[in-house]
Design a binder for this molecule. Structure first.
Ligand code: ADP
Length: 369
C-alpha cells in the first residue's frame, strides 16, 4: 500500500470548506485513469472516501504493472480534492479487495448488467495496443487453430471502426447472409466451418467513425449479447486496436475469460502492448498471454520482453510470412491453406497454450472433440 499526503496552503482568511464524501466522489468522477477514456469512479477504483472537517482520505484499489500509474493518480486525486476546498488529503493505494466494495446506491455499477453468454463457455478477446500489428489475422488464425484442437469455436468481429474479418474469412456478402431468429437474435454465418458474426454486417452506409461513446457502448452491448451462438467452448472476439470504449463496453457486457494481446516484434511496439495489458488488468480480465506477430521482418523479442516485464505468459511468435498478406486479401487463411507452414505451426502452438490456460488439457480436448 502506498500513500501520499497533501495540504492546502494555509490562508487564515479563508477557512477550509467542510467538504463532504459525496462531493469528493463526484469530483473523482472527473479524474480519468491514465491512458483510458474512463474515470476512476466508474471503473470501480475508488474504494473508500471519508471527509471530516476539511480532512479527506481516499483509498484507491488498484492492480497495475505500470509503476507510474499510482503516482499519477495520487497527484490527480490530491489536486482535484484540494480544489474542492479541502485542507488536507491523503490518497492511499492498495490492492483490490477480494470482494468488490459496496457501492453507494447513487453510483451506477458499470459491471451490474454484465451477463454470461448462455451457450458459450469461454469468451476471449484478442486486442492490441495499436492497429496494423496483425491482430485480426491472429484472431482468425487462433480461432481456426483452436477448432483444430477439437474445441467448438465461434468468432465475433467487434471492430466497429474497421471490421476486417469478413475479408480475411472470404465472406463477401455477410450482410445479405445474416439472418435474425424469430426471437430477434442474430444467427451467425459459417466461415471455414466456424460460426461467425461481424459488426460490419450491420453498419450499412453510415460512417461508424462518427459514433461516440454512449452509442458505441450501447451498440456493442446489444451486439455482443444479441447473437444466437450454438454451444461453444470458446468464442474469440476481435477487438478494435487501442484502449478505447469498445473493450470497456465489451468487458462490461459479457463475462470475459481472458485476453490475448498481439504485438509486433520491434521494441518500440512494446509500450503500446503494455498499455493493452494494463487496460485488461484494470478491467480485471485475466491476460492469457502476449503473442508476437511478424517476427523476423521487424526484429524479434518485444513480445517476450513485454510478457516478462508484466509477468504474463508469452504464448509464442508467428514468423513474418508474405503469403499471409495474399491469403488475407483472398479470404483463405494460411492455417487452412498451408497447415504445415511455420506460421501455421506457430499458431497451433499458441492455440494449444491458450486452450491449456482455459483449462483444456490436450487429453480433455481429445476427449471432448
Ligand atoms: P490489425 O488487425 O492489427 O490491424 P491485420 O490482421 O489486418 O492487422 O494485419 C495487417 C496486415 O499485416 C495485413 O495485410 C495482414 O495480411 C498482414 N499480416 C498479418 N500477420 C502477418 C504475418 N505474420 N506475416 C506477414 N504479414 C502479416
Amino acid at each position: 500500500m502506498t500513500a501520499s499526503h497533501a495540504s492546502a496552503p494555509v490562508d487564515p482568511t479563508s477557512p477550509s470548506a467542510d467538504v463532504t464524501a459525496e462531493q469528493v466522489r463526484a469530483a473523482l468522477a472527473e479524474v480519468r485513469y491514465p491512458g483510458l477514456p474512463r474515470d476512476i469512479v466508474s471503473l470501480g477504483i475508488v474504494d473508500q472516501v471519508s471527509a471530516c472537517g476539511g480532512v479527506v482520505q481516499v483509498r484507491l484499489a488498484l492492480r497495475t504493472a505500470d509503476a507510474s500509474v499510482p503516482e499519477q493518480l495520487q497527484v490527480a486525486v490530491s489536486e482535484r480534492v484540494l480544489a474542492l476546498g479541502a485542507a488536507e488529503v491523503t490518497v492511499a493505494i492498495g490492492e483490490p479487495r477480494h470482494a468488490p466494495p459496496p457501492r453507494a446506491r447513487s453510483t451506477p455499477d458499470p459491471w451490474a448488467d454484465q451477463v454470461r453468454l448462455a451457450a458459450v463457455r469461454h469468451v476471449i478477446a484478442v486486442g492490441a495496443g495499436k492497429g496494423g500489428v496483425g491482430k485480426s489475422t491472429v484472431a482468425v488464425g487462433l480461432a481456426l487453430a483452436l477448432a483444430r484442437e477439437g474445441l467448438r469455436v465461434g468468432l465475433l468481429d467487434a471492430d466497429i471502426y474497421g471490421p476486417s474479418l469478413p475479408i480475411l474469412l472470404g465472406i463477401a456478402d455477410g450482410a445479405a447472409q445474416a439472418r435474425m431468429s424469430p426471437e430477434k437474435f442474430i444467427l451467425p454465418v459459417e466461415a471455414h466451418g466456424l460460426p461467425f458474426v461481424s459488426f460490419g454486417f450491420f453498419l450499412g452506409e453510415g460512417s461508424p467513425a462518427i459514433w461516440r461513446g454512449p452509442m458505441v457502448s450501447k451498440a456493442v452491448k446489444q451486439f455482443a449479447r444479441g447473437v444466437a451462438w450454438p454451444t461453444l467452448d470458446v468464442l474469440v472476439v476481435d477487438l478494435p486496436p487501442g484502449t478505447g470504449d469498445i473493450p470497456l463496453s465489451l468487458a462490461q457486457s459479457v463475462q470475459l475469460s481472458g485476453a490475448v494481446v498481439v504485438t509486433q516484434p520491434a521494441r518500440v511496439a512494446a509500450a503500446e502492448a503494455e498499455k493493452a495489458v494494463a487496460m485488461f488488468r484494470t478491467l480485471e480480465v485475466p491476460v492469457l498471454g502476449v503473442v508476437e506477430n511478424m517476427t523476423g521482418a521487424f526484429g524479434e523479442g518485444a513480445g517476450a520482453a513485454v510478457a516478462a516485464s508484466l509477468a504474463v505468459p508469452f504464448l509464442g511468435a508467428i514468423p513474418f510470412d508474405p503469403a499471409i498478406v495474399t491469403e488475407g486479401d483472398a479470404g483463405t487463411p494460411g492455417i487452412v491453406q498451408r497447415p504445415d507452414a511455420p506460421s501455421s505451426r506457430a499458431l497451433d502452438a499458441i492455440a494449444a497454450a491458450t486452450a491449456r490456460s482455459l483449462g483444456y488439457a490436450p487429453a480433455t480436448v481429445a476427449a471432448e472433440g
